[in-house]
Ligand binder design. Sequence first.
Ligand SMILES: [Fe+2]
Length: 248
Amino acid sequence: MRYALIADIHANLPALRAVIDDIRERWGAIAVYHLGDLVGYAPWPNETVALLEELGIPGVAGNSDSTVATDYKHCGCKYEDPRQEELSHVSYAWTREHVTPATRRYLAALPFRVDLRPRGGHVAGPAVMLVHGAPTLNTLYWTEDRSDEFCLQMAQRVGAKAGDVIAFGHTHKPWHRVVGGIHFVNAGSVGRPKDGDWRASYAAVDTTGAPAVEMVRVEYDVDAAMAGIRSAGLPGDFAEHLRTGGRA
Ligand SMILES: [Fe+2]
């Protein structure tokens, strides 16, 4: 069984379309799941949700999804400086104002976690577990420099064992590590990478044998995304972020 895992689309419709096309061309019949943060920062939250719904792509709730759905006081994002904080409030307010009731209902219905059993639930393992940030909270940033102990603690929360895969996003920086035989996969971000590479990121996981993980980058029409951000009246910083892969 093979899975394509797409995280942190953040309402970037041109990036999502390019990733869907790439998945179809590269992998053919493959199960696609999203890892949350469908909305925020770009002007196509409703179109993003509609496309995922149309294509039947299930997934989990990111912090941007669950905070919009529950009218929380902020998006649950971390800020490195006051300007970033101000910008994330602008994005959050814009998104809350522009999501339709149908989009909000869709976001509210997303599960916190999804467990997959590629060989069926009638035999033991392996399992592929999907969350947005971490098994404890969708706001927790699981960065590559976290300790082995941290990874194993998180694995314990979901009962993962050697040969299983735990996949997530939220940091917008892709990475893959194996600790205690458990694969930890951060799929990066489709619509707002922060690792200095502007191309959309996703992960392909093959569980036919021992888990094999491939990180993929996809070029997309970033000019269209930048133009959309500007014409929607969203801050130009969001457009620059896309062009530079978060280095702006
Ligand atoms: Fe995100």
